[in-house]
Design a protein around this ligand. Sequence first.
Ligand SMILES: *Cc1c(COP(=O)(O)O)cnc(C)c1O
Length: 357
Amino acid sequence: MLNFTVGPVMSSDSILSIGSEQVPYFRTAEFSSIMLENENYILEYAKAPQGSRAIFMTCSSTGSMEATIMNFFSSKDKVLIINGGSFGQRFVDLCEIHEIPYVSLHLEHGQKLTRENLYQYDNQHFTGLLVNVDETSTAVLYDTTLLGEFCQKNNLFFVCDCVSSFLADPFHMAECGADVMITGSQKALACPPGISIIVLAPNALKRLEGRKVKTLYFDINDALKNQERGQTPFTPAVGILLQINERLREIKQSGGIDAEIARVASQAADFRKKIKPLPLELLSESPANGVTAVLPIKENANEIFLTLKDEYNIWVCPNGGDMKNTIFRVGHIGALTHQDNTTLVNALKDLQKRGIL
Ligand SMILES: *Cc1c(COP(=O)(O)O)cnc(C)c1O
């Protein structure tokens, strides 16, 4: 199988071999030290400000999006949601369920966020801003510097869902002033799904002080207290946390975070160059490194996805809903090479010969 979806993605052999081992008991000094090391690596790679913390939640990243909404916002808030696709809509759905007042800044699929779009909401008594830094459903990357300045000017609590952009696109948590950053194990971390990570800047830690939240499992204060000694309140996905540790160390050994981002950027650039002769258009005005959203001119995206999967054993990422036939996506995260891009492009050329593309 050659997997170009945006999660779960291909893992390296060393990550795969950890997955084949017995899972150890975790209330031990050994496991605690791995967890503390994981926290330090995550803070380093997120370029988080001094005094930040990171916690590891055993849930998919939507669980951490929900935990963030529940722990940081209430009916007294008013949040602005950058909504350019399915993941922006997920924040809208969460605010509906938890009765957080919100305004949805709607963007067309593929449209980038401009200063003009954003500053229509200047000085309107918002208290927070929620954004999916890479809106993975349309592969659009939003400008965190622009957003950070807006949040600072309006004194907004700034939440960045970096689930698919962490380790793939440049992100400087301290510089853009994000208060919370969320990511997950199965995107650019290239591990199996099951762990999601929340990074909290000092301002976020302060906002949590004395806060009572009606949840047992998603209580961030409880998770923070446990992580002080490298532990979690409940049994975590131990095996995946060990795989994450290996992956974080490997990034360090191969040159650190900037080298890793450059590797993903070059994987994306190579693919975009190789498909130029094909009857495919690119959707996004401001494409993220982690994924390319492609429009086949015959509007048969789902047929292309199915044919590649069933006849070539190559998986691209289908879209749902009203994007089902217009868009498919090709991921550049995980253990992929330029040679893998060539394999995919050759399969696409074959589809073209057969009249499918
Ligand atoms: C993948 C993703 C999520 C969360 O997905 P889960 O299926 O809950 O892990 C959230 N936001 C973005 C931007 C994503 O790409």
